[in-house]
Design a binder for this molecule. Structure first.
Ligand SMILES: C[S@@+](CC[C@H](N)C(=O)[O-])C[C@H]1O[C@@H](n2cnc3c(N)ncnc32)[C@H](O)[C@@H]1O
Length: 343
């Protein structure tokens, strides 16, 4: 049963405005249970709407803006969800599947997800320290010294991600993070509610640092491939992402299709990518979405992207609170279902 509480009232000039906040009691209970299991007392939540798992890192190539298109093509049912190019995990957090295998070749990124999954409260304590020390000298000192300890390394990554220029994670040839400090006057470094919600969403997930070629999926599973785009930014790892990698990915997608796995893949709409999927069993559709981060300095123009899929969407609205809670469903002129997601 839903309970609604009046949280506060405020006076604006002559008009008295009531702010009514909806608090779902079962959501609050889940938050408390989770905090108890994580071994910490729950501190007062600053988010009156309760848990909302969504990416906790700003990530180059992050797919939040493409979510409506992805959700419309995700399958209704699947056994296990796989995201082998995890990045910020936008689709994972939107679907919030019970069973998931998440992977990425970026060691620091994977470590950070693992720490969020298993040590969210100690992580929040370290982030609070970064928050109170935040200054140009603290930023550059933190950037210059990478700890070997997983917890410290994860806190450093989140701190740098929240405070660096444009939130762009970029490694130099030596594999070092070398982005300058950004100009945000008061960056939100701690984000306790969001990190706790992400930790909870990650409880049923296996998280590995590995190359996409090591993916193991079975009949009935759903795989979302979001590789570095052909002709786009590929500097996530020192190895980059080559044309051969793109060709290996296309071969893997074809193999998975033959094994009864449901596949959704996003990439840039280039002649090369189209040539890789032309002969196969896949539907290839162009979509346009504003890029979240421009790595070429040419602004945030809509980019031509393609979605390559053998799935039958749309996905069904799950019970747990997710990004779907900000979603409106509809039908477009081709009589296909679609979702609007607030981003
Ligand atoms: C476009 S981003 C994924 C963005 C993600 N879907 C999101 O919503 O934030 C591509 C990711 O692929 C990872 N990557 C690059 N080369 C890889 C490889 N060979 N195997 C697995 N992951 C790789 C990068 O570290 C990066 O996080």
């Amino acid at each position: 049963m839903k309970h609604f509480k009046v949280e506060k009232t405020k006076k604006f000039a002559k008009t008295k405005v009531k702010f009514v906040t909806c608090v779902h009691e079962s959501t609050k209970r889940k938050e408390k249970d989770f905090a108890r299991r994580a071994g910490s007392p729950m501190e007062p939540t600053s988010n009156p709407f309760g848990m909302m798992a969504r990416p906790f890192l700003k990530w180059a190539g992050g797919k939040r803006r493409l979510l409506p298109e992805l959700l419309a093509r995700a399958p209704k049912h699947f056994v296990r969800y796989h995201e082998p190019f995890l990045g910020g995990g936008a689709l994972f957090f939107a679907l919030r599947p019970e069973r998931a295998s998440l992977a990425d070749a970026g060691e620091e990124l994977v470590n950070t997800f693992q720490v969020v999954q298993s040590q969210v409260e100690p992580l929040l304590s370290l982030l609070r320290l970064h928050q109170s020390n935040h200054s140009p000298s603290h930023f550059y000192a933190t950037r210059g010294e990478k700890s070997a300890a997983p917890l410290q390394q994860a806190a450093r990554m989140i701190y740098l991600n929240k405070t660096c220029f444009n939130g762009l994670f970029r490694l130099n040839a030596a594999g070092q993070f070398n982005v300058a400090m950004g100009q945000q006057p008061s960056p939100e470094i701690v984000q306790a509610d969001r990190l706790r919600a992400c930790a909870q969403a990650l409880q049923g997930a296996e998280i590995a640092c590995q190359d996409f070629r090591l993916l193991r999926a079975q009949k009935g599973d759903f795989v979302y491939f979001d590789p570095p785009y052909d002709g786009g930014y590929t500097g996530y790892t020192p190895q980059g992402f080559t044309s051969e990698d793109q060709a290996d990915l296309a071969a893997l997608a074809l193999k998975l299709h033959g094994e009864g796995v449901q596949v959704l893949l996003s990439n840039a709409d280039t002649p090369y990518v189209r040539s890789l999927y032309r002969e196969g069993p896949f539907r290839v559709e162009q979509v346009r979405a504003p890029r979240s981060i421009s790595c070429c300095g040419s602004g945030r123009k809509p980019a031509k992207e393609i979605l390559i899929t053998n799935t039958q969407g749309p996905f069904q609205k799950p019970q747990a609170p997710t990004l779907f809670d900000g979603v409106k469903e509809g039908v477009n002129e081709k009589h296909q279902n679609f979702y609007h997601v607030k981003v």
